[in-house]
Design a protein around this ligand. Structure first.
Ligand code: DLL
Length: 445
């Protein structure tokens, strides 16, 4: 957490908030209950999958009398959306669907999501709210480097920035040289990107002899992949910006399910007037955990028309924390990882974000790393190799000791033995959006 500067204090004092951002927790929960009762009945009446699942579980929408009754209802998973491909989850006729987005579908069928005109307006409002919380103001120029297309990042962030009253520069992801030219020429105040893509941009600037701290950028709103406090610090110092988190997922809406306030920088506030979050035990989903306890994040939409979503299992691991800058809206801790991104190495659970956290505390090492999993021939044990670039300024002797430190720290904090391979600056693949950190080269079972 960084201390608020005069600039960020000023940035929040002049903001006009939505009424729902300032209501009391009691008022918010009353609103949640009525919206939840409507949503479960609406989903049951309009989406055959929900009717079937509720009936099988022996629950009926009228069983939802208080918020905790939500725990009686069945979960929805990515698999459900895949099985209903393409439009089986839609609760409105196709002519009422104003837009469709979809996941890339690299692992199986794409998951398809739809929005009515009202859904799009709500989405834009929530992204606008998130950007405003993160310091962006009407009239600012916003460089949007989230990918446009079926991915929700580009168009979702775009519509939110427009709704806030910004001048949007819709560059999309990739074409890093061009991004740099436009940042130099158009002088944007804020940039929207994945954290690793912003790192790619900053890195490319340095290669061109441009000091990334010298640009017009003051704010960055970063998300779509896990990142750490260490990465925040790295980007803030390197670029002389305030960097805040934005969270979301397409099945629930897209970016803007939660957003972070620049004056506290203490995790994203979930916009609970539109989404009811729960944390469950990922290994025993019947257990709903209390606030503060780590587990898997689950969302129920409260206002969506085209694709109401009931108890969607995100697979994102985090915990719920009390609201701060927006007291009625709970915050989420940083996503430590996704349950399906977890590496199980000789019985020890490991997430790439743990490596990021440790590596960035070692001055000789850069934030550019990847994890390779192998199983050498004839061996039954898996091996982890951390490939990480050294910083430009480091000597060969410095690298050897840094590698050792990283290896020891991983052993101490994570519990895994690994090989560390420090490689030359610029030799690892750079991010264009969501960065792939894990390369699993183990023979398929
Ligand atoms: O990534 C939506 C988005 C776009 C969010 C732009 C923020 C900014 P999906 O492609 O459906 O949607 O991927 C959703 O990305 O379940 C998380 O695992 C991860 N994710 C998203 N935001 C964050 C974040 C978009 N702030 C999946 N921190 C989610 C960590 C995040 N992980």
């Amino acid at each position: 957490m960084t201390t608020p500067t005069a600039a960020s204090a000023l940035a929040t004092s002049d903001a006009v908030l939505d009424r729902e951002e300032t209501i009391s927790r009691d008022e918010l929960e009353a609103l949640q209950l009525s919206r939840l009762q409507h949503t479960v009945a609406y989903a049951y009446d309009r989406v055959p999958l929900y009717k079937r699942k509720f009936d099988e579980a022996g629950v009926h929408p009228t069983d939802l009398r208080e918020l905790s009754d939500l725990g009686k209802f069945p979960f929805t998973t990515k698999e459900d959306l895949r099985l209903e491909y393409p439009f089986g989850m839609f609760a409105v006729p196709q002519h009422e669907v104003a837009r469709i987005h979809a996941s890339s579908g690299t692992t199986g069928r794409a998951t398809v999501v739809g929005y009515t005109k009202k859904d799009l307006a709500d989405w834009a409002k929530l992204v606008a709210r998130s950007l405003r919380a993160s310091g962006v103001r009407p009239g600012m120029k916003v460089h949007n480097a989230y990918g446009y297309g079926l991915f929700t990042g580009g168009m979702g962030a775009h519509a939110g920035a427009e709704a806030l009253g910004c001048t949007v520069i819709p560059i999309s992801g990739g074409q890093t040289e061009r991004q740099i030219t436009l940042i130099q020429d158009f002088k944007p105040d804020a940039i929207l990107a994945t954290p690793t893509y912003l790192l790619t941009i900053a890195d490319a600037m340095m290669k061109q002899g441009i000091d990334p701290a010298s640009t017009s950028l003051k704010f960055a709103v970063l998300g779509a992949e896990p990142w750490t406090e260490e990465m925040r610090h790295e980007l803030e110092v390197m670029m002389n910006i305030k960097a805040c988190d934005i969270y979301g997922l397409s099945e629930v809406m897209g970016p803007g399910v939660a957003g972070e306030a620049v004056e506290t920088q203490d995790g994203s506030h979930i916009w609970e007037d539109h989404f009811r979050p729960e944390i469950i035990d990922a290994f025993d989903p019947s257990v709903v955990l209390g606030d503060g306890e780590p587990g898997e994040l689950v969302f129920t939409s409260l206002t969506k028309e085209a694709l109401p979503i009931i108890r969607y299992r995100t697979k994102d691991l985090t915990r719920l924390l009390p609201g701060t800058a927006r007291p009625a809206h709970r915050r989420m801790g940083r996503i430590t990882g996704r349950s399906d991104d977890m590496i199980i190495l000789r019985g020890v659970n490991l997430f790439p974000s743990q490596i990021e956290e440790i590596a960035l505390r070692i001055p000789e090492l850069s934030p550019h790393f990847q994890l390779e999993l192998t199983r050498p021939e004839g061996q039954r044990m898996d091996q982890l190799t951390v490939k990480i670039e050294r910083r430009e300024s480091v000597t060969v002797e410095g690298v050897a000791s840094a590698a050792k430190v990283l290896q020891q720290q991983i052993k101490i904090h994570v519990g895994s033995s690994c090989t560390v391979n420090v490689v030359e600056p610029g030799s690892l693949e750079r991010s264009n959006g969501k960065l792939r950190r894990i390369y699993d080269m183990r023979p398929k079972a």
